[in-house]
Design a protein around this ligand. Structure first.
Ligand SMILES: NC(=O)c1ccc[n+]([C@@H]2O[C@H](COP(=O)([O-])OP(=O)(O)OC[C@H]3O[C@@H](n4cnc5c(N)ncnc54)[C@H](O)[C@@H]3O)[C@@H](O)[C@H]2O)c1
Length: 414
């Protein structure tokens, strides 16, 4: 089968490589350097499995049938399926996702291919695909939510928690096309996944074909639940810090309940990254005219947490003349190369607004400044100059200056 993928970021590239084990895949991007890097067999992002796949370094794996391109005709003509994985940033003026790149990709596909099934993998507002089907008079649009984590993008597609594809319930042809697409994703998964035993006792990869709008809701509600969980343990930590209690003892005691569990409970400066901040805001926007308390609570909790963290940092330097605050890494998680919407940036913004000097240690950044603050690659100099070192996530680099470090990474893991 010929499959086109629009966008070679975390989502597009991992889906493209997964599918290229059994299909002819052409991945299109609008950034020439990305396409060039990919066609040299190198990964533009830090991701172990993507790098290994591109280098042909996976033992026993099938050769990939993968090509990156800038040419819409090469990618889209003759494709049976076209997957759209372009950005949907949150537009603060419209209070909604900016879906223009999804629409641009769909227009480019349709210009040369009127019949391909287009599967939107970008995260979109609830109700979007159904509206677009009506607006474009195009019945060959499907939506499949993507659940990968950055840094484990291909791994999460090789070992998917579940595969969900949305199609209108009353459209048998679209339903069949959704089934076929789900089968393609299952086919690309790692050997052994079909035999795995799931927490509910079922075997194999759970595979759900649901309504189009329900599939969109699955994505936004799943991410908003994750944000809720982060916000909950952060707010627990804010309480414990304020009342001078040991957070870790409370979390250990709470999480031994098997209904609560001990994962995803490590305090931080807030939930962040590309998806959780924007997806929670989009879900809140979708609640327009629908009663709710929790969703706005989750969005507000993240702001309150960053205010609290900034105030705590300020308290620590209140007795120092002309203090310097060091920001250790701009990334959201350890092992990530990405600092889109990382929580530490929100904290940094608040500290700077209070007139405090900030220096940033970020070895992956080549610019000498970040929002007007100096960026250094010299770790020892950074440690010497910083009166307090702010680290969303701990790293062994900081062991020798632990007395200076402000972090809420209590479990020393993501
Ligand atoms: N990153 C994640 O962890 C993640 C997880 C699940 C879902 N998502 C969603 O998937 C979508 C993509 O996210 P991402 O992290 O892969 O983004 P990304 O920014 O890493 O990659 C997007 C790519 O699309 C390209 N692009 C932009 N316009 C294009 C066009 N018209 N045609 C072809 N390519 C185009 C960009 O050059 C870029 O390479 C977003 O909607 C995001 O919310 C992301």
């Amino acid at each position: 089968m010929k499959i086109a993928v629009a966008g070679t970021g975390y989502v597009g590239l991992s889906v493209a490589l997964l599918l290229s084990q059994h299909n002819e895949v052409h991945a299109l991007d609008i950034v020439p350097e990305k396409v060039e890097t990919l066609n040299e067999g190198k990964s533009p992002i830090v991701d172990k499995e993507i790098t290994e796949f591109l280098e042909g370094n996976v033992s026993g794996a099938r050769p990939l049938n993968f090509q990156a391109t800038l040419d819409p005709r090469q990618a889209y003509i003759g494709a049976d399926y076209a997957v759209v994985a372009t950005p949907t940033n949150y537009d603060p003026h419209k209070n909604y996702f900016d879906t223009s790149s999804v629409e641009a990709a769909i227009a480019a596909i349709r210009e040369v291919n009127p019949t391909a099934w287009i599967v939107i993998k970008s995260t979109i507002p609830v109700g979007y695909t159904s509206d677009l089907r009506g607006k474009l008079q195009d019945e060959r649009l499907l939506f499949s939510p993507e659940f990968l984590r950055e840094g484990h993008a291909l791994y999460d597609n090789l070992h998917p928690s579940r595969i969900v594809v949305g199609a209108p319930e009353d459209d048998a042809e679209a339903h069949h096309a959704a089934e076929v697409f789900a089968d393609l994703l299952v086919q690309g998964a790692a050997e052994g996944e079909m035999k795995r035993i799931n927490a509910d006792g079922g075997t194999g990869i759970p595979r759900l074909i649901v309504g189009l709008t329900e599939a969109e809701a699955v994505k936004l509600f799943a991410n908003t639940y994750l944000a809720l969980r982060v916000a909950f343990f952060n707010e627990l930590d804010t309480y414990a810090e304020t009342r001078e209690l040991r957070t870790q003892e409370i979390i250990d005691g709470v999480c031994l309940d098997p209904r609560i569990r001990a994962d995803y409970n490590n305090p931080s400066f807030g939930y962040g990254g590309y998806c959780l901040p924007k997806d929670t805001k989009q879900l809140l926007a979708n609640y327009d005219q629908v009663p709710q308390n929790l969703i706005s609570g989750i969005v507000n909790a993240n702001r309150t947490r960053k205010d609290f963290i900034a105030t705590e940092i300020e308290r620590r330097i209140s007795e120092i003349d002309n203090p310097t605050v060091g920001i250790y890494r701009l990334t959201m998680k350890s092992g990530s190369d990405n600092f889109r919407q990382s929580a530490v940036q929100g904290v940094m913004k608040r500290i700077k607004a209070r007139g405090i000097t900030v220096v940033v240690y970020e070895p992956t950044m080549n610019d000498p400044e970040f929002f007007g603050s100096e960026v250094t690659h010299d770790l020892e100099d950074f440690k010497r100059r910083s009166d307090v070192i702010v680290a969303n996530r701990w790293n062994r680099d900081l062991d020798d200056v632990s007395g200076k470090v402000f972090s809420r990474d209590l479990f020393k893991r993501d």
